[in-house]
Write a protein of this length. Sequence first.
Length: 77
Amino acid sequence: MSNFYSRLVELRKERSLTQKQLAQAIGANERGIRFYEAGAKQPTMDSLIKLADFFNVSLDYLVGRSDDARPFRNGAS
């Protein structure tokens, strides 16, 4: 399993986004994204949720606790 930092880089690059574009998309700053990817800063829960929602992946996948990217949807069949 991957860790959050490598998973974030992977997801961003799969979508051909720069750190600046990702930051703008989730309402963060580029420096924060750079720090997350370098492992120099831990994201807040709010930031994790925004990232998971943006990439349409589960929080467990984003933080490296699962290799199943499908987001959990409450009440989904």
